[in-house]
Design a protein around this ligand. Structure first.
Ligand code: LMR
Length: 333
Protein backbone atom coordinates (compact mmCIF):
# COMPACT_ATOMS: atom_id res chain seq x y z
CA UNK A 1 0.00 0.00 0.00
CA UNK A 2 1.38 3.42 -0.94
CA UNK A 3 2.14 5.87 1.85
CA UNK A 4 -0.76 8.07 0.70
CA UNK A 5 -3.23 5.18 0.60
CA UNK A 6 -2.03 3.90 3.94
CA UNK A 7 -2.46 7.32 5.55
CA UNK A 8 -5.93 7.72 4.06
CA UNK A 9 -6.88 4.24 5.26
CA UNK A 10 -5.67 5.05 8.80
CA UNK A 11 -7.63 8.32 8.84
CA UNK A 12 -10.80 6.51 7.79
CA UNK A 13 -10.29 3.90 10.53
CA UNK A 14 -9.66 6.55 13.18
CA UNK A 15 -12.68 8.62 12.10
CA UNK A 16 -14.86 5.51 12.10
CA UNK A 17 -13.83 4.61 15.60
CA UNK A 18 -14.33 8.17 16.88
CA UNK A 19 -17.84 8.02 15.51
CA UNK A 20 -19.01 4.95 17.35
CA UNK A 21 -16.47 4.02 19.99
CA UNK A 22 -16.42 5.56 23.45
CA UNK A 23 -13.10 7.10 24.54
CA UNK A 24 -12.05 4.15 26.73
CA UNK A 25 -13.36 1.72 24.06
CA UNK A 26 -15.32 -0.40 26.53
CA UNK A 27 -18.96 -0.49 25.48
CA UNK A 28 -21.37 2.13 26.72
CA UNK A 29 -24.11 0.35 28.64
CA UNK A 30 -27.67 1.59 28.70
CA UNK A 31 -29.67 -0.16 31.39
CA UNK A 32 -33.32 0.11 30.33
CA UNK A 33 -35.66 -0.82 33.17
CA UNK A 34 -39.42 -1.23 32.83
CA UNK A 35 -42.32 -2.82 34.66
CA UNK A 36 -44.22 -4.66 31.92
CA UNK A 37 -43.65 -7.89 29.98
CA UNK A 38 -41.52 -8.05 26.81
CA UNK A 39 -44.60 -8.84 24.70
CA UNK A 40 -46.33 -5.49 25.26
CA UNK A 41 -45.97 -2.36 23.09
CA UNK A 42 -43.40 -0.95 25.55
CA UNK A 43 -41.56 -4.26 25.89
CA UNK A 44 -41.40 -4.68 22.11
CA UNK A 45 -40.28 -1.06 21.70
CA UNK A 46 -37.40 -1.59 24.13
CA UNK A 47 -36.27 -4.70 22.18
CA UNK A 48 -36.54 -2.83 18.87
CA UNK A 49 -34.46 0.05 20.20
CA UNK A 50 -31.83 -2.36 21.55
CA UNK A 51 -31.53 -4.13 18.20
CA UNK A 52 -31.14 -0.91 16.21
CA UNK A 53 -28.64 0.61 18.61
CA UNK A 54 -26.44 -2.48 18.95
CA UNK A 55 -26.39 -3.08 15.18
CA UNK A 56 -25.64 0.52 14.30
CA UNK A 57 -22.91 1.01 16.88
CA UNK A 58 -21.51 -2.46 16.16
CA UNK A 59 -21.98 -3.38 19.80
CA UNK A 60 -20.19 -0.31 21.10
CA UNK A 61 -23.41 0.66 22.83
CA UNK A 62 -25.14 -2.17 24.67
CA UNK A 63 -28.77 -1.89 25.75
CA UNK A 64 -29.57 -4.16 28.70
CA UNK A 65 -33.30 -4.52 29.19
CA UNK A 66 -34.76 -5.37 32.60
CA UNK A 67 -38.50 -5.99 32.12
CA UNK A 68 -41.29 -6.88 34.57
CA UNK A 69 -40.10 -4.73 37.53
CA UNK A 70 -37.08 -7.07 37.72
CA UNK A 71 -34.86 -4.22 38.91
CA UNK A 72 -37.24 -1.59 40.23
CA UNK A 73 -40.93 -1.03 40.83
CA UNK A 74 -42.51 2.03 39.25
CA UNK A 75 -41.75 4.67 41.89
CA UNK A 76 -38.26 3.37 42.59
CA UNK A 77 -37.30 3.31 38.92
CA UNK A 78 -37.61 7.08 38.59
CA UNK A 79 -35.40 7.54 41.65
CA UNK A 80 -32.91 5.06 40.21
CA UNK A 81 -32.83 7.01 36.94
CA UNK A 82 -32.09 10.26 38.74
CA UNK A 83 -29.33 8.60 40.73
CA UNK A 84 -27.84 7.13 37.56
CA UNK A 85 -28.38 3.51 38.65
CA UNK A 86 -30.19 2.97 35.32
CA UNK A 87 -29.94 5.07 32.19
CA UNK A 88 -33.31 4.63 30.49
CA UNK A 89 -36.97 4.10 31.42
CA UNK A 90 -40.40 4.47 29.87
CA UNK A 91 -42.73 5.15 32.81
CA UNK A 92 -46.39 5.77 32.19
CA UNK A 93 -47.27 9.45 31.89
CA UNK A 94 -49.20 9.25 35.18
CA UNK A 95 -45.97 8.58 37.05
CA UNK A 96 -44.40 11.99 36.47
CA UNK A 97 -46.89 13.98 38.47
CA UNK A 98 -45.86 12.71 41.93
CA UNK A 99 -42.37 14.09 41.06
CA UNK A 100 -43.89 17.56 40.70
CA UNK A 101 -44.66 17.53 36.96
CA UNK A 102 -48.36 18.14 37.50
CA UNK A 103 -49.07 19.13 33.89
CA UNK A 104 -48.44 15.50 32.84
CA UNK A 105 -51.75 14.75 34.55
CA UNK A 106 -53.56 16.07 31.50
CA UNK A 107 -53.07 12.63 29.92
CA UNK A 108 -55.09 11.08 32.77
CA UNK A 109 -58.18 13.24 32.19
CA UNK A 110 -61.06 10.93 31.30
CA UNK A 111 -62.44 11.26 27.77
CA UNK A 112 -59.99 14.02 26.78
CA UNK A 113 -58.77 11.99 23.79
CA UNK A 114 -61.25 10.18 21.56
CA UNK A 115 -58.63 8.13 19.74
CA UNK A 116 -54.89 7.73 19.03
CA UNK A 117 -55.04 10.44 16.39
CA UNK A 118 -56.20 12.98 18.98
CA UNK A 119 -53.52 11.87 21.35
CA UNK A 120 -50.77 12.26 18.77
CA UNK A 121 -51.82 15.84 18.12
CA UNK A 122 -50.68 16.55 21.67
CA UNK A 123 -47.70 14.21 21.98
CA UNK A 124 -46.31 15.36 18.61
CA UNK A 125 -47.21 18.99 19.25
CA UNK A 126 -45.90 21.93 21.24
CA UNK A 127 -47.33 20.91 24.61
CA UNK A 128 -45.93 17.40 24.28
CA UNK A 129 -42.49 18.84 23.59
CA UNK A 130 -42.73 21.38 26.44
CA UNK A 131 -43.59 18.64 28.91
CA UNK A 132 -40.59 16.54 27.86
CA UNK A 133 -38.31 19.58 28.13
CA UNK A 134 -39.64 20.42 31.61
CA UNK A 135 -38.19 17.14 32.93
CA UNK A 136 -34.65 18.52 32.64
CA UNK A 137 -35.15 20.44 35.92
CA UNK A 138 -34.93 17.07 37.67
CA UNK A 139 -32.00 15.70 35.69
CA UNK A 140 -34.17 13.83 33.19
CA UNK A 141 -34.09 14.09 29.41
CA UNK A 142 -37.35 13.21 27.64
CA UNK A 143 -36.85 11.45 24.31
CA UNK A 144 -40.37 10.68 23.09
CA UNK A 145 -43.81 9.28 23.69
CA UNK A 146 -44.74 5.62 23.31
CA UNK A 147 -48.36 4.53 23.13
CA UNK A 148 -50.10 1.83 24.99
CA UNK A 149 -53.81 2.47 24.66
CA UNK A 150 -57.24 3.17 26.07
CA UNK A 151 -58.25 1.77 29.42
CA UNK A 152 -61.16 -0.49 30.29
CA UNK A 153 -62.57 -1.29 33.75
CA UNK A 154 -62.40 -4.78 35.26
CA UNK A 155 -63.84 -6.43 38.38
CA UNK A 156 -65.41 -9.65 39.56
CA UNK A 157 -68.86 -8.06 39.39
CA UNK A 158 -70.20 -6.40 36.25
CA UNK A 159 -69.56 -2.65 36.19
CA UNK A 160 -72.21 -1.31 33.90
CA UNK A 161 -74.47 1.25 35.58
CA UNK A 162 -73.06 3.98 37.81
CA UNK A 163 -74.44 2.26 40.90
CA UNK A 164 -72.28 -0.81 40.15
CA UNK A 165 -69.12 1.16 40.90
CA UNK A 166 -70.22 2.40 44.30
CA UNK A 167 -68.32 0.96 47.25
CA UNK A 168 -65.76 -0.90 45.10
CA UNK A 169 -62.04 -0.76 45.82
CA UNK A 170 -60.12 -0.20 42.60
CA UNK A 171 -56.38 -0.10 41.97
CA UNK A 172 -55.08 3.08 40.36
CA UNK A 173 -51.69 4.48 39.47
CA UNK A 174 -50.45 7.25 41.71
CA UNK A 175 -52.30 10.18 40.08
CA UNK A 176 -54.59 12.79 41.62
CA UNK A 177 -56.74 12.79 38.49
CA UNK A 178 -57.25 9.04 38.61
CA UNK A 179 -57.99 9.34 42.31
CA UNK A 180 -60.66 12.00 41.63
CA UNK A 181 -62.03 9.98 38.73
CA UNK A 182 -62.64 6.95 40.98
CA UNK A 183 -63.97 8.97 43.92
CA UNK A 184 -66.59 10.64 41.77
CA UNK A 185 -67.95 7.15 41.02
CA UNK A 186 -68.09 6.30 44.72
CA UNK A 187 -65.08 3.99 44.30
CA UNK A 188 -62.37 3.80 46.94
CA UNK A 189 -59.14 4.22 44.91
CA UNK A 190 -56.08 2.25 46.05
CA UNK A 191 -52.65 3.25 44.79
CA UNK A 192 -50.62 0.11 44.18
CA UNK A 193 -47.37 -0.61 42.33
CA UNK A 194 -47.98 -2.30 39.00
CA UNK A 195 -46.04 -5.41 40.04
CA UNK A 196 -48.46 -5.96 42.95
CA UNK A 197 -51.71 -5.68 41.03
CA UNK A 198 -52.16 -9.35 40.09
CA UNK A 199 -51.88 -10.42 43.70
CA UNK A 200 -54.09 -7.55 44.84
CA UNK A 201 -56.81 -8.66 42.45
CA UNK A 202 -56.37 -12.34 43.26
CA UNK A 203 -56.56 -11.93 47.01
CA UNK A 204 -59.35 -9.35 46.91
CA UNK A 205 -57.28 -6.53 48.40
CA UNK A 206 -58.87 -4.62 45.53
CA UNK A 207 -62.07 -5.50 43.67
CA UNK A 208 -60.96 -4.27 40.29
CA UNK A 209 -58.83 -1.92 38.26
CA UNK A 210 -58.62 0.17 35.12
CA UNK A 211 -56.04 -0.92 32.58
CA UNK A 212 -55.35 -1.41 28.88
CA UNK A 213 -56.27 -4.80 27.33
CA UNK A 214 -52.59 -5.38 26.54
CA UNK A 215 -51.70 -5.25 30.24
CA UNK A 216 -54.75 -7.24 31.34
CA UNK A 217 -53.70 -10.00 28.98
CA UNK A 218 -49.93 -10.04 29.50
CA UNK A 219 -50.16 -9.68 33.30
CA UNK A 220 -52.91 -12.33 33.36
CA UNK A 221 -55.27 -10.04 35.26
CA UNK A 222 -58.09 -11.63 33.23
CA UNK A 223 -57.52 -14.88 35.13
CA UNK A 224 -58.63 -13.17 38.32
CA UNK A 225 -61.27 -10.77 36.94
CA UNK A 226 -64.63 -12.11 35.73
CA UNK A 227 -65.79 -9.00 33.89
CA UNK A 228 -64.27 -6.31 31.69
CA UNK A 229 -66.34 -3.27 30.72
CA UNK A 230 -65.26 -1.73 27.43
CA UNK A 231 -65.29 1.85 28.67
CA UNK A 232 -62.23 3.23 26.83
CA UNK A 233 -62.57 6.16 29.21
CA UNK A 234 -58.94 7.24 29.41
CA UNK A 235 -55.48 6.84 27.93
CA UNK A 236 -52.34 5.10 29.20
CA UNK A 237 -49.02 5.75 27.49
CA UNK A 238 -45.36 6.43 28.22
CA UNK A 239 -42.56 8.95 28.06
CA UNK A 240 -39.19 7.44 27.20
CA UNK A 241 -36.61 9.15 29.38
CA UNK A 242 -32.87 9.02 30.03
CA UNK A 243 -30.61 10.29 32.77
CA UNK A 244 -29.65 13.75 31.47
CA UNK A 245 -26.07 13.70 32.72
CA UNK A 246 -25.47 10.39 30.98
CA UNK A 247 -27.06 11.71 27.79
CA UNK A 248 -25.09 14.96 27.81
CA UNK A 249 -21.88 13.01 28.37
CA UNK A 250 -22.24 11.03 25.13
CA UNK A 251 -20.45 12.11 21.98
CA UNK A 252 -22.64 13.94 19.43
CA UNK A 253 -22.13 11.00 17.05
CA UNK A 254 -23.41 8.41 19.52
CA UNK A 255 -26.28 10.69 20.49
CA UNK A 256 -27.39 11.05 16.92
CA UNK A 257 -27.36 7.26 16.42
CA UNK A 258 -29.46 6.89 19.58
CA UNK A 259 -31.82 9.69 18.53
CA UNK A 260 -32.45 8.11 15.14
CA UNK A 261 -32.99 4.68 16.74
CA UNK A 262 -35.41 6.23 19.23
CA UNK A 263 -37.34 7.95 16.47
CA UNK A 264 -37.71 4.66 14.57
CA UNK A 265 -38.61 2.75 17.74
CA UNK A 266 -41.25 5.37 18.57
CA UNK A 267 -42.78 5.03 15.09
CA UNK A 268 -42.75 1.25 15.50
CA UNK A 269 -44.42 1.23 18.95
CA UNK A 270 -47.02 3.78 17.94
CA UNK A 271 -47.84 1.68 14.89
CA UNK A 272 -48.32 -1.62 16.74
CA UNK A 273 -49.97 -0.45 19.99
CA UNK A 274 -53.56 -0.26 18.81
CA UNK A 275 -53.46 -3.65 17.13
CA UNK A 276 -51.69 -5.15 20.11
CA UNK A 277 -54.54 -4.02 22.34
CA UNK A 278 -57.17 -5.35 19.94
CA UNK A 279 -55.45 -8.72 19.75
CA UNK A 280 -55.16 -8.87 23.54
CA UNK A 281 -58.87 -8.26 23.87
CA UNK A 282 -59.58 -11.04 21.36
CA UNK A 283 -57.31 -13.42 23.30
CA UNK A 284 -59.00 -12.54 26.60
CA UNK A 285 -62.37 -13.21 24.98
CA UNK A 286 -61.18 -16.51 23.53
CA UNK A 287 -59.91 -17.63 26.95
CA UNK A 288 -63.53 -17.76 28.12
CA UNK A 289 -62.43 -16.67 31.60
CA UNK A 290 -63.64 -13.10 31.42
CA UNK A 291 -66.83 -11.72 30.03
CA UNK A 292 -66.49 -8.56 27.92
CA UNK A 293 -69.29 -6.08 28.53
CA UNK A 294 -70.22 -3.25 26.16
CA UNK A 295 -72.02 -0.22 27.58
CA UNK A 296 -75.43 0.81 26.29
CA UNK A 297 -75.46 4.39 24.94
CA UNK A 298 -77.31 5.48 28.12
CA UNK A 299 -74.75 3.90 30.45
CA UNK A 300 -71.95 5.25 28.30
CA UNK A 301 -73.26 8.81 28.56
CA UNK A 302 -73.91 8.65 32.30
CA UNK A 303 -70.37 7.33 32.88
CA UNK A 304 -68.96 10.09 30.72
CA UNK A 305 -70.99 12.76 32.53
CA UNK A 306 -69.86 11.46 35.91
CA UNK A 307 -66.17 11.23 34.98
CA UNK A 308 -65.96 14.57 33.23
CA UNK A 309 -67.57 16.27 36.24
CA UNK A 310 -64.08 16.31 37.75
CA UNK A 311 -62.74 18.69 35.07
CA UNK A 312 -63.35 22.12 36.70
CA UNK A 313 -61.50 21.13 39.88
CA UNK A 314 -58.71 19.25 38.10
CA UNK A 315 -58.15 21.97 35.49
CA UNK A 316 -56.87 24.15 38.31
CA UNK A 317 -54.22 21.57 39.16
CA UNK A 318 -53.03 21.00 35.63
CA UNK A 319 -53.19 24.66 34.61
CA UNK A 320 -55.84 26.35 32.49
CA UNK A 321 -53.21 27.65 30.07
CA UNK A 322 -51.93 24.11 29.44
CA UNK A 323 -55.41 22.73 28.90
CA UNK A 324 -56.47 25.60 26.64
CA UNK A 325 -53.41 24.92 24.50
CA UNK A 326 -54.25 21.19 24.44
CA UNK A 327 -57.82 21.92 23.37
CA UNK A 328 -56.49 24.12 20.57
CA UNK A 329 -54.25 21.30 19.36
CA UNK A 330 -57.14 18.84 19.54
CA UNK A 331 -59.30 21.15 17.44
CA UNK A 332 -56.83 21.02 14.52
CA UNK A 333 -57.26 18.49 11.72
C1 LMR B 1 -49.46 0.90 35.57
O1 LMR B 1 -48.84 1.07 36.63
O2 LMR B 1 -50.63 0.56 35.52
C2 LMR B 1 -48.76 1.13 34.26
O3 LMR B 1 -48.09 2.33 34.33
C3 LMR B 1 -47.77 0.07 33.96
C4 LMR B 1 -47.09 0.36 32.67
O4 LMR B 1 -45.93 0.72 32.70
O5 LMR B 1 -47.73 0.21 31.64
Amino acid sequence: MSFFKHTLYSIVLILGSICITPANSSPIVIKFSHVVTPDTPKGKGAEYFKKLVEERTKGNVKVQIYPNSQLYKDKEELEALQLGAVEMLAPSLSKFSPMGFTAFELFDLPYLFSNYNDLHKVTNGKIGQQLLTSLSTKGIKGLGYWDNGFKVMSANKPLVALKDFRGKKMRIQSSRILDAQMRTLGVSPQVMAFSEVYQGLQTGVVDGTEQTPSQIYTQKFFEVQKFITLTNHGYLGYAVVVNKKFWDGLTPQIRSVLEAAMKESTDYVNKIAEQDNQESLAKIKASGRTQLLALTPENQSSLKAALTSIYPEQEKRIGKDVLDAVRKELATN
